[in-house]
Write a protein that binds this ligand. Sequence first.
Ligand code: SAM
Length: 356
Amino acid sequence: MNTSTAQTTQRLADAGIFGPGSEELALYESRLTRYFEREYQRLEAEPVSLEDLGISTAEGPVMEETEALMDSHYDEKPEFFASFLDKHYQAYSMAYYGDTPSEIRASTASLEQAQKAKFELITERAGIVGHERIFNIGCGFGSLETYLLEHYPNLEITGITPSKVQVAYLRQRMQDPDDPLGSGRFNLIYGMFNRQLVNTLRAFSYDMVFSVGTMEHSSNMREINALTKKILVINGTSFHHFITSMQAIPQFLDPTKTKIGLYFPGGRVWPHDEFARHTEHFDLAGHWFVNGLNYWRTLDEWHHRFWNNIPGLYGPVFDTDAIAHWNNYFSLCKAVFAPQDGNFYGNSHYLFKLRS
Ligand SMILES: C[S@@+](CC[C@H](N)C(=O)[O-])C[C@H]1O[C@@H](n2cnc3c(N)ncnc32)[C@H](O)[C@@H]1O
């Protein structure tokens, strides 16, 4: 540790804030993890359904509390995201280290390699051949776009995001003809995905619709599929990747009840089987659970990178409260993915094919 890092971490320790590698944080995270371990065991023993909870995923707003979500999360200072995301893709979703807990633990992949492995897995499961026109809901900093445009010279992709921080970053990259995002095969929409937006798009414009790490912000899955249908070609497909739990976790379905809502206003964690039920217009062609230790490792890597960049963040970018806020975010998220060896809380993949 260099002098500046040591001085900064000491000032933060004096304020009761500890980073990865400290005994204090390890103890805090292990207690949090034990709490969620007990919660998941209880829910496995006595599952509750969405019907029991009076929750429907066929009504309500298509995306939840987008403006509050941008303010509290996605429009946070760009230096924050730059401090921890991988440098190549800037992916803000789970990286993929392996299928089983032992593979994930034993993996020697870097964050960048594991993010690439995630895109390889998604591409294979979605059945991309390379000449598709794709619509990506919630494109973040263009991670999926970067991967696909680098690998498939005939593919075109449109990304949508309501985040001004993400849009500013993407627009800058689009100026560079050497950047995959500046290739002319990337189109950016600054806005929210909803019916109004879809009404401005041409029917039959896309072969595939994707989302990666975005449907946590939706509560009306029927409407997601109804809107997707409007822009897809005949026999088009959609592929979605997002955080799920094997059984419903009641407190994670009400963002006013937990800290999830503090970091992600309107955010919810849906049971693995829920989206798969929405087959009004589509056939379900594939449905997978991805072990949650993948996200635990991703978050742990992000947490270390954030903490290694603390001297540049603390003072110039963030005050003490903001450092505590985001430091706690990484710990909290790690603690929800770690229990049950990642078998209860992870990510799901859904591949839908439009019925003709
Ligand atoms: C966790 S990030 C994932 C980003 C990216 N897909 C990735 O994997 O790197 C979620 C994305 O959903 C976007 N989002 C949230 N609400 C949205 C809405 N109403 N319409 C479209 N995108 C939305 C956010 O701006 C962000 O880009």
